[in-house]
Design a binder for this molecule. Structure first.
Ligand code: 2HA
Ligand code: ZN
Length: 266
């Protein structure tokens, strides 16, 4: 029984915890957002080769993910709501295993819940990150109102400019999101075009803004992914609050930001 694995259950509980935060934050209207987590290292060799659900094998992927052969992921289900993932992750998501050819996957547990429409994109990102040697297990996508709001303003659709603006609102932002943010111009949700454009940004960043749609973060664990987005959102709120009060926030100076980089070895 897969739920007897304490390490796995702890990881799934963390996914549920974060799904709850996404809902509480107002970042997950209806079925907005999706999560995938590589759980392979949490499984015993026997669990890694567990039999698939009946008739749920060889589900093809649009593009192969050769760096992920045999790896097992938890993925939120298509059309499933984060507020329900929070309550019952196994009723609103599934475990899948990438086949030995890297071109298809099997459904493992526990129910036959079809994965998120963004699964092919998530897997391409996991594949890219693994092939680049990054210690990244998580891809988290969500819809934070304030950060999406910023992407509706053309002058901010510039990675350096927006990174500087958000960093300069609060010292933590510089520390918690040291690689800044990448920006992907609008693409239709769920498309591989969006995935490939995102992967380009992931070579330099852990957080990517999708114009007029949402945010994607990658990291070693899901709490760290949530924290990066939450800190960026805090910065955006400080910026908007100052603006709403009728003044332009001064922002930290370049010197102050450089001092942080030096002290925290960023
Ligand atoms: O899962 O957020 O981008 C719904 C979405 C698609
Ligand atoms: Zn989305």
């Amino acid at each position: 029984m897969i739920r007897d694995n304490k390490q796995l259950t702890a990881e799934i509980n963390r996914i549920a915890e974060v799904a709850g935060y996404l809902w509480e934050k107002g970042w997950a209207e209806r079925n907005g957002g999706n999560i995938s987590v590589n759980l392979t290292s949490r499984l015993t060799p026997e669990e890694r080769t567990m039999p698939p659900l009946p008739h749920q094998t060889g589900i093809s992927l649009q593009e192969p993910v050769n760096a992920l052969q045999g790896e097992v992921f938890y993925v939120t289900g298509t059309g499933k709501r984060m507020r329900y993932v929070a309550k019952d992750p196994f009723d609103n998501g599934s475990l899948i295993r990438i086949a030995a050819d890297g071109a298809s996957y099997d459904m493992l547990a526990e129910k036959n819940i079809a994965p998120s429409s963004e699964l092919p994109s998530h897997l391409l990102m996991h594949n890219y990150l693994k092939a680049s040697g990054r210690q990244t297990n998580v891809v988290l996508h969500t819809h934070p109102t304030d950060l999406i709001g910023l992407t509706h303003c053309k002058p901010y659709l510039d990675s350096e400019k927006l990174t500087h603006l958000l960093w300069s609102m609060i010292p933590e932002c510089r520390i918690i999101v040291p690689k800044g943010i990448g920006i992907v111009p609008y693409e239709i949700p769920g498309t591989l075009a969006l995935a490939h454009a995102t992967i380009k940004q992931l070579s330099r960043h852990d957080v990517v803004f999708w114009e007029k749609h949402g945010i994607l973060a990658v990291g070693e664990n899901i709490i760290e992914c949530f924290d990066m987005i939450d800190t960026l959102s805090k910065s955006a709120q400080i910026f908007f609050s100052a603006r709403a009060a009728g003044y332009e926030p001064e922002g930290m100076t370049n010197r102050q930001l450089e001092d942080l980089a030096e002290v925290f070895r960023l």
